[in-house]
Design a protein around this ligand. Structure first.
Ligand code: FES
Length: 101
């Protein structure tokens, strides 16, 4: 799975919603690169590759609550490599399923 900071043409990911993972400096310092592979595994495990596009983003403006993710207008905070699986199941996945179903 690729992660890109560049915008993709909308015709390439029609029907897909973007799930953003902050790659800003504060989130980087907090270990976003340890969260990323776990997140990619869960997207694969839950077979969400056709439904969402994981994208890196610049600062999501919640640095003191990092690591931060965003899906649609919902922001997920205080993510780390230890809690990402639980946060994904409890917070992020329900939000994704609400939109795609
Ligand atoms: S660097 Fe991630 S919210 Fe600012």
């Amino acid at each position: 799975m690729r992660i890109s900071l560049l915008p993709t043409p909308s015709f390439l990911d029609m029907k897909k919603e973007n799930l953003y993972l902050c790659m800003g400096s504060a989130c980087h310092q907090l270990g976003v690169y340890e969260v990323l592979p776990k997140l990619q595994s869960m997207i694969s495990e839950y077979k969400l590759e056709d439904k969402i596009e994981l994208k890196g983003s610049f600062c999501l403006e919640s640095c003191s609550d990092g690591i931060v993710m965003k899906y649609k207008n919902q922001v997920f905070i205080k993510i780390n490599s230890e809690n990402i699986e639980q946060k994904f199941k409890d917070e992020i996945l329900p939000s994704i399923m609400k939109i795609v179903n």
